[in-house]
Design a protein around this ligand. Structure first.
Ligand code: NAP
Length: 484
């Protein structure tokens, strides 16, 4: 039976005013298994207005009151993590064990922000004149809008809810149409933890209607967007149309991984497999391009393909041993096919994968095999565009400066990975690579208490860490003369 879920406006779970709905598909079976409201412009206006009413009280609560609620939400989410993870697996295809990890991380993000909110410090600055000083204080900016993509439906939402609520802002979040259900269940935990009515609003509906109203509504003072570079550019242009507001953009990437001849090869191989094929490569910081120093090129490829071939592809709701599920959409599979075929046509060689898997369980569903193509070059789409799927290109390099030049030969600048045991090379790469995040001898470029953001076409501003919290705050300078 098809389940129907409602969206959250002003503390109530409601349908769209016009009663229309969006279908949610299981990408492993291609079956419609749920529906959510397809919100109208009026629904969004209502949510923004309720968020604005709630802001007047929420901004005056102490960070400790707000933190207590976020910590309570952390506990509730952990209790429900298995159920929420199974829902995410159903709508996204992400293996249940990974989905559970994401739900737990979502809880952890709220707990982190509960504490970071208690550490919002101002400054007192001495003035030139006697008995006079400047105070710099930070205040919540107002109603925030969030727009999030489907690949990490809870984590990317939690970054925004955590920052907004801990700082004293209220929020209206538009969740992705492909994977709206796990975010709705996540939001339910916050409601049950005691988030007051109107402080958190979750809207389901299209980017065109809901997204556009959120970006243009003059009450909204802050827009936090995660998604493609194409949509990000449109949002940046549109956001100035009805007033100036703070905008952060976390956008696409084309992540280079550089592996030097002195690196720990086994660690590099493990990292390459994890970051190329986790979540079927649908990660903004998934490895797209691997550059290997020529002396270890063949041995890397041998170990990389051996480990990749062991990955179990399937539906984790049926087989718990699955490492990689289906992709989220049919269009995603078609893009990977286009990139792989383009590389092969231009002279690259297939190491493994390169097709949809065969067998009765793969007759339906958006599956694609983990794919490695070697001897690629920068004329190929796989090395120039974000593939956003389980396919990666590998090519050799002669010296580290050539590798850095190749890594920087892109409009993107989200993150890069380097494996080397030579700390001079590590330092040189960290300095010369044009990206917001550089991971050396590890593949996890983002941690919750350090800022995360992209350079070039990969974004604007930061999430995570105190910097992420400050995107929801506005500074005020107060100059006081005493003893007059
Ligand atoms: P997308 O098409 O840009 O969609 C992202 C969100 O924006 C969705 O909620 C979508 O709504 C909405 N949207 C679409 N068109 C819109 C418009 N014209 N105006 C306002 N909102 C609009 O991106 P995606 O395909 O879902 O996500 C994949 C992309 O996100 C990749 O490029 C990936 O690299 C990037 N990403 C970046 C990060 C990061 O931290 N830098 C993290 C994760 C993903 P609907 O769902 O209703 O279409």
């Amino acid at each position: 039976m098809i389940r129907h879920y409602k969206m959250l406006i002003g503390g109530k779970w409601v349908d769209a005013q016009k009663g229309e709905a969006i279908e949610v598909i299981n990408p492993a079976t291609e079956e419609v298994f749920a529906t959510v409201p397809s919100a109208t412009k009026e629904d969004v206006e209502e949510a923004i207005s309720r968020a604005n009413d709630a802001f007047q009280k929420w901004k005056n609560e102490t960070p400790f009151v707000r933190g207590k609620i976020l910590r309570e939400a952390y506990q509730i989410i952990l209790q429900r993590s298995e159920e929420i993870a199974r829902t995410m697996a159903e709508e996204l295809g992400k293996p249940v064990k990974e989905a559970k990890g994401e739900v737990e991380k979502g809880a952890e993000i709220l707990r982190y922000y509960a504490e970071e909110g208690e550490r919002i410090y101002g400054r007192v600055i001495a003035n030139e004149e006697k008995d006079t000083e400047s105070i710099v204080a930070y205040e919540p900016i107002g109603v925030a809008a969030a727009i999030t993509p489907w690949n990490y439906p809870i984590e990317l939402l939690a970054w925004k809810i955590g920052g907004a609520l801990a700082s004293g802002c209220t929020i209206v979040a538009k969740v992705p149409s492909a994977t709206p259900l796990s975010p709705l269940k996540f939001a339910e935990c916050l409601v049950d933890a005691g988030v007051p009515e109107g402080v958190l609003n979750i809207i389901t509906g299209s980017g065109e209607i809901v997204g556009h109203e959120l970006i243009r509504n003059p009450i909204v003072k802050r827009v936090a967007f995660t998604g493609s570079t194409e949509t990000g550019k449109e949002i940046l242009k549109m956001s100035a149309s009805s007033g100036i507001r703070k905008v952060t953009l976390e956008l696409g990437g084309s992540l280079p991984m550089i592996i030097c001849k002195d690196a720990n090869l086994d660690a590099a191989v493990t990292g390459a497999v994890r970051r190329s094929f986790r979540n079927a490569g649908q990660i903004c910081i998934a490895v797209n391009r691997i550059y290997v120093e020529k002396e270890i090129y063949e041995s890397f490829l041998e170990k990389f393909s051996e480990k990749t071939k062991k990955l179990v592809v399937g539906n984790s709701l049926i087989d718990e041993h699955v490492d990689m599920g289906p992709m989220c959409t049919r269009a995603g599979v078609e893009k990977v096919e286009r990139h792989v075929n383009d590389a092969l046509k231009k002279g690259a060689k297939l190491v493994c994968g390169g097709k949809r898997p065969s067998g009765s369980i793969f007759e339906r569903g958006f599956f694609y095999e983990p794919t490695i193509v070697r001897d690629v070059n920068h004329d190929m789409l796989i090395m120039r565009e974000e593939t956003f799927g389980p396919a990666v290109g590998v090519m050799p390099f002669n010296n580290i400066n050539e590798a850095i030049e190749l890594a920087n030969d892109t409009n993107y600048g989200l993150a890069a990975i380097v494996y080397t045991n030579n700390m001079n090379i590590a330092k040189h790469c960290a300095k010369e690579i044009q990206a917001g995040n550089v991971a050396i001898n590890n593949v996890d470029a983002g941690v919750i208490n350090a800022p995360y953001g992209g350079w070039k076409d990969s974004g604007l501003g930061a999430e995570h860490g105190p910097e992420g919290l400050h995107e929801y705050l506005i500074q005020k300078h107060v100059r006081i003369r005493y003893f007059i």
